[in-house]
Design a protein around this ligand. Structure first.
Ligand SMILES: O=C(O)CCC(=O)C(=O)O
Length: 272
């Protein structure tokens, strides 16, 4: 299994340009074979281990879980995949961060979600932005099929929501190991699962660095994983974006007030 310490490979520029173009124009793209068989196996094992005793969502539609990047280094390795990351960086800035890495395991018998944008977490005050502010990625841990609830997407709705009506759009069908990426302002929904098995997905949202992430990784990431995480992963988790005003190396100087108590146990929080 790869670890977070691997040096990042370089993404193929033509592939990056292709995926960025699809995200800009139609609002979504699919990366096939992005998750290696080793990472897929590790992620499946980790999800299944955490499902034991895991509560269903109140509407009994899916198993939900947050902060999966803190579960196993395999989640960080996929989140920092060179092709995926270069595609997101080109649209969101090369200092983009992770908002969340959540489990979306849709239960057999679940019904379609309402079409929605993923900007709801920031509340009604978040205006529509005429440029990408976040790229949501649905990692296919199982095959995403028509039968088991492949994500519904409304192409073009990241720019013009006029044509969005219940059931409009397409279902993004993709084999396990693929990643479906879409503009977080595009209308989408989890679909009905008419199969007999869970449809395991991981929803990982990349956002511009100045937007507040859903998960406060700095306060919820285990110290042993911080110690072994690559600089790139630490940046994605928000450790390098403490303030819009930073030193050229991406760190911030925090001058503690004499009586201040740090959030973190680490005696030198600025060292990240
Ligand atoms: O699981 C999916 O296909 C999409 C889920 C989704 O959009 C959500 O839970 O908000």
């Amino acid at each position: 299994m790869s670890t977070m310490l691997e040096s990042p490979a370089v993404a193929n520029e033509q592939q990056v340009a292709h995926h960025q173009e699809q995200l800009r124009t139609q609002g979504y793209t699919i990366f096939h074979d992005l998750i290696s068989p080793e990472h897929l196996a590790a992620i499946r094992a980790s999800i299944d281990a955490h499902l034991v005793g895991q509560a269903e969502t109140p509407d009994r539609q899916q198993y939900h879980g947050a902060n999966l990047v803190a579960w196993d280094p395999a989640f960080c390795a996929v989140a920092a995949d060179p092709l995926l990351l270069a595609t997101c960086e080109g649209l969101l800035g090369d200092d983009c961060i992770l908002s969340s890495c959540n489990l979306g395991a849709r239960l057999p018998g679940c019904t379609p979600q309402n079409l929605h944008r993923d900007t709801g977490i920031w509340g009604g005050a978040m205006p529509f932005m005429p440029f990408p502010i976040g790229i949501q990625t649905a990692w296919c841990i199982d095959d995403f099929t028509l039968e088991n609830g492949a994500t519904r997407l409304v192409p073009g709705s990241h720019i013009d929501p006029a044509e969005v009506t219940p059931g409009s759009g397409i279902q993004a069908i993709a084999p396990a190991g693929s990643v479906i990426a879409f503009d977080c302002q595009a209308y989408h929904a989890g679909e009905a699962n008419r199969s007999n098995a869970l449809r395991r997905g991981v929803l990982t949202l990349y956002i511009r660095s100045w937007i507040k992430p859903q998960t406060d990784h700095k306060r919820s990431f285990p110290a042993d994983l911080i110690a072994t995480a690559s600089p790139q992963v630490l940046r994605l988790l928000g450790f390098r974006r403490q303030s819009p005003v930073e030193l050229p190396d991406g760190t911030s100087v925090i001058i503690p007030a004499p009586s201040a108590t740090y959030f973190y146990d680490n005696p030198e929080p600025w060292a990240y």
